[in-house]
Design a protein around this ligand. Structure first.
Ligand code: NAP
Length: 289
């Protein structure tokens, strides 16, 4: 049974009951923030945005040379940063990665699972090897890294984990079958984790971008796994990565459970939910590139 107070206390009781239970973080100054996919696009922009906040950055991706450039840019903003190269396809090593990062930093306050690889190939043209690679990078990578980091955050008494999914984690889209499946999988996994961690000091934020102007289409996999190599017309019209990064940090500070970021393309999430027949007509006719 829920007891409500009488009279003047009622408004305060309603506010307390309805207000989000998350606490607001004012700054990431001095916090250890680990970003995957920090060598390019959204991850690079996030690294710079967290550097402006005074965070201590751990920058991960495969390309150590590019990561080094991002590290130098973070340091130029007055932040501390280290480079920790890794390939998410080898996610069986996630526990070792976490131990090695902890050896260097002593704690992990925030993990941003941002690295990912998109797809530009029809389902039937995508080889089994490419299907598996896309699942390893986009699904098992963030899942296993998160499972390796969670015990550390428990022991520390708290932390924050963000996962960057996609609007195609909310609906299917041509030329994205396996990528979309992996991103749908992230929603299932991280929503379940949010429920399991409710009331705990570890917070999970699911970030759902629409189109952001990055190299994501250029780096996307063709059916045989090779790089697509083309900047899609739609991609070129996406929001700047810096804008996306600022919105992600604001969502993290507010302890948001989920945030949709982008332009008009994000409407399709709502159309899919409320008018599915219209969604089907749109995705059958829209240009997928
Ligand atoms: N841009 C968009 O419109 C958009 C929309 C929805 C969702 N997203 C998601 O946003 C995230 C960031 O993408 P982006 O747009 O910034 O694209 P991006 O410019 O291509 O950056 C992708 C990042 O992921 C890293 N990465 C790729 N494969 C990796 C692997 N096997 N192991 C470790 N790191 C790997 C890349 O670094 P290395 O090559 O150095 O490894 C790079 O730093 C991805 O999860 C993507 O799915 C983007």
């Amino acid at each position: 049974m829920v007891c409500t107070p009488a009279g003047g206390d009622k408004a305060a009781w309603i506010f307390r009951t309805l207000a989000p239970k998350s606490h607001f973080i004012l700054t990431y100054s001095g916090k250890v923030v680990w970003i995957t996919g920090a060598s390019s696009g959204i991850g690079e922009a996030l690294a710079l945005a967290f550097a402006r906040e005074g965070a201590i950055l751990v920058l991960s991706a495969r390309n150590a040379g590019r990561l080094d450039g991002v590290r130098a840019a973070c340091e130029a903003l007055g932040a501390q940063a280290i480079v920790y190269p890794l390939d998410l396809a080898n996610n069986g090593e996630a526990e070792r990665w976490v131990r090695e990062v902890l050896d260097k930093t002593g704690r992990i306050d925030v993990l941003v699972n941002n690295a990912g690889r998109s797809q530009r190939a029809r389902a039937l043209e995508t080889t089994r090897e490419t299907d598996r690679e896309l699942m390893e990078i986009n699904f098992f990578g963030p899942v296993h890294l998160t499972k390796a980091v969670l015990p550390v955050m428990w022991e520390q008494g708290g932390g924050q984990i963000a996962v960057v999914t996609s609007i195609v984690g909310k609906f299917g889209f041509p030329l994205r079958s396996t990528y979309s499946a992996a991103k749908h999988g992230l929603h299932g996994f991280f929503e379940s984790l949010q429920a399991e961690l409710a009331g705990s000091p570890v917070r999970i934020t699911i970030v759902v971008p629409g189109r952001v102007r990055t190299q994501v289409s250029v780096n996307a996999a063709r059916g045989d796994g090779s790089a697509y190599g083309v900047m899609d017309a739609g991609q070129a019209q996406g929001i700047p990565a810096g804008v996306c990064a600022r919105k992600i940090i604001r969502a993290l500070k507010r302890g948001r459970k989920e945030i949709l970021i982008g332009g008009r393309e994000t409407w399709l999430v709502h159309i899919r939910r409320f008018v599915p027949a219209l969604y089907r007509r749109i995705v059958q006719n829209v240009s997928p590139t």
